[in-house]
Design a protein around this ligand. Sequence first.
Ligand code: AMP
Length: 224
Amino acid sequence: MAELNLILLGPPGAGKGTQAEQLRTEFELPHIATGDILRQAVAEQTELGELAASYMDAGNLVPDEVIIGVLLEAVGRPDARDGFLLDGFPRTIPQAEALSTDLEKLGRQLTAVLMIEVDDEEIVQRISGRRVNPVSGRVYHVDFDPPKVEGIDDVDGTPLVQREDDQPETVRNRLAVYHAQTAPLADYYEKLGLLHRFDGSAAPSEVFSHIRATIATLKLEETI
Ligand code: AMP
């Protein structure tokens, strides 16, 4: 397969970050997570960060005109030339349209949209136990995927934190925003024949083996 241009779609807490980590390792794809890019911008107090912070804290989407430029710049970098893995983008139909227009201009196209589905109740439960490494973005869960030492990242020893927008009130708003603005992308990509659905309530390793099998099939189809 010439390029592997993938999108991970799904509600917050579906396990997109965990799957992205495995996909990045296995397929050597740059993991472009707009949430991570924005959180870094907030931490560094850049112009982008100052613009985005109030939207993020409330669990609302940053305006399309702000995020689209950031994403297209990342996709255009040399390390994304042979493929990329988008996590958290697109989140609206205009974002999806901007991405496809840009890829078309570059003579590129999406390979697949991997949609991880989990119901709302399970998401609230998952997110309340989520802890992250604020430096690398690595994600743990206090019950389902705990670090070896409580509160400490296994790989680099950084103290783990709970994201500001992982508070229950904000999570409920993020879910409402997801259903209103992002879920319609499933139909959009289904019509384009790009959508593949995965049951995100399964164990992360099981979800990953299904995703890997799907990618292997796509590669095989291309060689036939
Ligand atoms: P995430 O880590 O993907 O859950 O993103 C955290 C927050 O960043 C979201 O709740 C939004 O406020 C913002 N954000 C991330 N990606 C996007 C996007 N593609 N469009 C708009 N806002 C975004």
